[in-house]
Design a binder for this molecule. Structure first.
Ligand SMILES: Cc1ncc(COP(=O)(O)O)c(C=O)c1O
Length: 399
C-alpha cells in the first residue's frame, strides 16, 4: 500500500523516506533505540505479541541490540555445554539475579546459598524473598557435603559463585551440580568474578550461569547490565519473569556491553597474567600477612582452579592483607596512587576496596576471622596497566 501525498510540514517531518534494501551488514552492533516496532499488518502484530510468530514488538519485551549482546555472551558460555544455550539480557546483574530467583522459586521454596555470597544477593534472599515465603540456608558451598546437608525437600535452587569475594575460593561446579540434582534442585552459578573467559559452568554441569555484565563482560566501567544463560526450557520462564518484572537491558547499554565483550578473552588473559605476576611477587612480602589468588600454589583451591579454569587464566581479582587492623588496611588503600580507591571490578583500571569497611562492613572482626578474612584485607581488581607499574605502586604503599 502506498502512502497518500503528504501535505503537512509536520507530517512530512515524521514520515521521511525509509532506506531499505541494502544487503551489506554493519560490522558494528546497530543500536535499535526504538521502544516500539511497526508491523506490516494487525495480524502480524497479534502473532508476534502472542508468540506464534518471531519478531520485535516493544523493547521491554525484547530488543534486537540487547538480544544480540545476550546471544554473544551465550555463545561464549555454551562452549562445552550439553545442548543448546540461550541468553537473556538484563538491566543489571541484580536484575538478572532477582529475576532468576523469582523464576525458579515460589512461596514455600528453599534456597541453599554460599555464606560468602555477594551482598546484594544476600540482601535479596534475606530481606526481600523471605517476605514472600522463600527461605534460604547460607551454607559453606566450598563443601558439597555441607550443601547436601543444608538441602530440604523444598530446595529448588542451589546457588554458587564461581569465584567468591574476597577469599577468591572457587566453586566445585561439578560436585555442586551432582548434589543439587540429587535433591531435585537447579544449580545456578554467578560467574561475575570469573567470566566465560575463565570458567564455563554450564559445561561443568550447572543449569544456569549468570553475570553482572557491568564487570568483565563490558570491561570498561561505563555500562550497567546483566546476562543469564541456560538451556532453552529453563531460559523461557526466566525471560517471561523479566518481561513481567521489567528489568530489561536498554539498547545503548547493550551496545557498550557488546563492544566491550569483543575483547573479553584478550582482556581477561592480560588481567590474569598481571594478577599472577603481582601475586607471585607479593607473596611473602614482609608488609603482608597473606596474599589470596587462585593462581598461587598456596591458595586453597589452586588444584580445583587449575582443573576447571581456562589454561593459564585464574582471573583478575587479587586479595592482599597487610599486617594490622582495619585502619591499616584503609591507610594502605590511601597510599596507593595508580590503583584507585573505587567500587566495582573487572574494568580497564586497577581498583582497590578495603573489605572490612566496604563489601563486608556488616561483619565483626571475629566474623571476618571465621570467614578467613583479615581486618586489613584489601581486594584489588587488577586492570590492564603494566605489571611493573602496579607492583611499584603496591610495594610503595606497603613500605
Ligand atoms: C558477584 C556479583 N554478582 C552480582 C553483582 C551485581 O551486579 P550489578 O551491580 O550489575 O547489579 C555484583 C556487583 O558487584 C557482584 O560482585
Amino acid at each position: 500500500m502506498t502512502t497518500p501525498p503528504l501535505s503537512g510540514e509536520q507530517t512530512r517531518a515524521l514520515n521521511p523516506p525509509v532506506l531499505q534494501g541494502f544487503s551489506q551488514l554493519p560490522l558494528a552492533t546497530p543500536i535499535h533505540r526504538a521502544t516500539t516496532f511497526e508491523f506490516a499488518s494487525a495480524a502480524e502484530y497479534a502473532a508476534v505479541l502472542s508468540g506464534t510468530a518471531e519478531g520485535y514488538c516493544y523493547s521491554r519485551i525484547d530488543n534486537p541490540t540487547a538480544d544480540g549482546f545476550a546471544a554473544a555472551v551465550a555463545a561464549l558460555d555454551a562452549v562445552g555445554a550439553p545442548g543448546e544455550v540461550r541468553g537473556q539480557p538484563f538491566a543489571s546483574g541484580m536484575a538478572a539475579i532477582s529475576t532468576t530467583l523469582l523464576a525458579l522459586t515460589a512461596a514455600g521454596a528453599h534456597v541453599v546459598a554460599p555464606r560468602e555470597i555477594y551482598g546484594g544477593t544476600f540482601s535479596l534472599l534475606a530481606r526481600q524473598l523471605s517476605r514472600f515465603g522463600v527461605t534460604t540456608t547460607f551454607a559453606d558451598t566450598t563443601d558439597p557435603a555441607a550443601v547436601a546437608a543444608a538441602m530440604t525437600p523444598a530446595t529448588t535452587v542451589v546457588w554458587a559463585e564461581a569465584i567468591a569475594n574476597p577469599t577468591l575460593s572457587v566453586a566445585d561446579v561439578g560436585a555442586l551440580a551432582a548434589v543439587a540434582h540429587a535433591g531435585g534442585a537447579q544449580l545456578v552459578v554467578d560467574a561475575t568474578f570469573a567470566s566465560p573467559a575463565v570458567v564455563r559452568p554450564l559445561a561443568l554441569g550447572a543449569d544456569v550461569v549468570l553475570h553482572s555484565a557491568t564487570k568483565y563482560l563490558g570491561g570498561h566501567s561505563d555500562a550497567t547490565g546483566g546476562v543469564v544463560c541456560a538451556r532453552p526450557e529453563l531460559i523461557a520462564p526466566i525471560r517471561l519473569a523479566r518481561v513481567d518484572l521489567g528489568g530489561s537491558l536498554a539498547p545503548d547499554e547493550a551496545y557498550l556491553l557488546a563492544r566491550g565483550l569483543q575483547t573479553l578473552p584478550l582482556r581477561v588473559a592480560r588481567h590474569s597474567e598481571t594478577a599472577l605476576a603481582l601475586a607471585t611477587a607479593l607473596e611473602g612480602h614482609p608488609g603482608l600477612a597473606r596474599v589470596d589468588y587462585p593462581g598461587l600454589a598456596s591458595h586453597r583451591d589452586h588444584a580445583l582452579a587449575t582443573a576447571i579454569f581456562a589454561p593459564g587464566r585464574y582471573g583478575g581479582m587479587l586479595t592482599v592483607t597487610p599486617h594490622g587492623d582495619r585502619a591499616e588496611g584503609m591507610a594502605f588503600c590511601d597510599r596507593l596512587r595508580l590503583v584507585r580507591v573505587a567500587t566495582s571490578l573487572g574494568g580497564t583500571h586497577s581498583l582497590v576496596s578495603h573489605v572490612a569497611s566496604t563489601t563486608h562492613r556488616q561483619l565483626t572482626d571475629a566474623e571476618l576471622a571465621a570467614a578467613g578474612i583479615g581486618p586489613a584485607a584489601c581486594r584489588i581488581s587488577v586492570g590492564l596497566e603494566d605489571a611493573p607499574d602496579l607492583l611499584a605502586d603496591i610495594t610503595a604503599a606497603l613500605s
